[in-house]
Design a protein around this ligand. Structure first.
Ligand code: GDP
Length: 311
């Protein structure tokens, strides 16, 4: 009954319900399954945008700009700031930031930072569920901002329709990004802080690196912006819309979303299986003794655990 009420509140885009539902995802609540079951049929309409890049490049400022761009078009918009590595940082970190204040009372805007405390499989699995809550709540654009540039952040950003990679002069060069595998997942590049020295060099370096990469059917544009001055935001918005239209026209959007879902379900199932295998191992302490005494080999032990976990 309580979950039904939460589902109703999310679908009615009640701020408190949306916030509670996202907390349930963070915590890996027992109610999560029924919450997800109630909301899932009402998802699929939102366009999701990933913003990733080194700390300080201006992701939050750009996110605030995109919120403004969405609101001029009367589109409900949400920003989810995801921190895959650090422990819980406490509530609406991002919402407290001054530049987001102007949207604080706008019912068409929802801003929230999240970390995981108990969700099975960590942020890579928690973030997509949080995005679906925002989707079900009717936010037509969902911006997922990641805090760092590690593998977990790349995974989270890659799980959106359009992944935007942000750079700025002096902060995280293109070579580093290539090493992190970030260039491959980018659909759009933004060199922010174009008001600073060194921006044209970053653009040039990036274009050279992209030139070396494999040809794709979508050439990621390299844009420039001065987010703190509101410059380049409209161009970014347009590029995001063009990318989405490009994907939709070729059928790639549906294919991308489908394979994303399949991968997610596979990971969720694998997480469950892993837990059951660990449980089976705990239930049979002798197995470790047998292993240690060389009477049982690791492969046979794994096969035994796998079959017990599947029971
Ligand atoms: P994030 O860590 O990537 O989210 O970066 P923030 O959006 O928090 O921005 C980091 C700092 O850079 C803040 O002090 C911003 O005001 C500033 N900043 C953002 N965009 C620009 C810009 O275009 N030019 C300049 N000079 N500073 C900017």
């Amino acid at each position: 009954m309580e979950v039904d009420e939460l589902v109703r509140g999310v679908l009615a885009r009640e701020r408190r319900s949306v916030a509670r539902a996202i907390s349930a995802v963070e915590d890996g609540d027992a109610d999560l399954e029924s919450l997800s079951a109630g909301l899932y049929p009402r998802t699929g309409a939102a366009v999701t945008i990933g913003l990733t890049g080194a700390p300080g490049v201006g992701k939050s400022t750009l996110a605030a700009g995109l919120v403004g761009a969405a609101r001029t078009r009367d589109l409900p918009v949400a920003v989810l700031a995801v921190d895959p590595t650090s422990p819980y940082t406490g509530g609406a970190l991002l919402g407290d930031r001054v530049r987001m204040q102007e949207h604080a009372t706008d019912p068409g805007v929802f801003i929230r930072s999240m970390a995981t405390r108990g969700h099975l499989g960590g942020m890579a699995l928690a973030a997509p569920e949080a995005v679906r809550i925002l989707d079900a709540a009717g936010y037509e654009r969902v911006v997922v901002e990641t805090v760092g540039v590690g593998q977990a952040e790349v995974d989270v950003a890659a799980a959106t329709d359009t992944a935007v990679v942000v750079l700025a002069p002096g902060l995280g060069d293109a070579v580093q990004m290539a090493k992190a595998g970030i260039l491959e997942v980018a659909d759009i590049f933004v060199v922010n802080k174009a008001d600073r020295d060194g921006a044209p060099e970053v653009v040039r370096e990036l274009r050279q690196m992209l030139h070396l990469g494999a040809a794709r059917d979508w050439d990621p544009p390299v844009l420039t912006a001065s987010a703190s001055q509101g410059e380049g935001i409209e161009e970014l918005w347009e590029a995001i819309e063009s990318h989405r239209d490009h994907l939709a026209a070729s059928g790639a959007l549906a294919a991308k979303r489908r394979s994303r879902l399949i991968r997610e379900v596979e990971s969720l199932a694998a997480e469950r299986f892993r837990l059951r295998a660990a449980e089976a191992l705990r239930a049979d302490p002798q197995l470790a003794d047998e292993l240690e005494a060389r009477r049982l080999d690791p492969y046979r032990a794994a096969a035994m655990l796998a079959s017990r976990a599947a029971e």
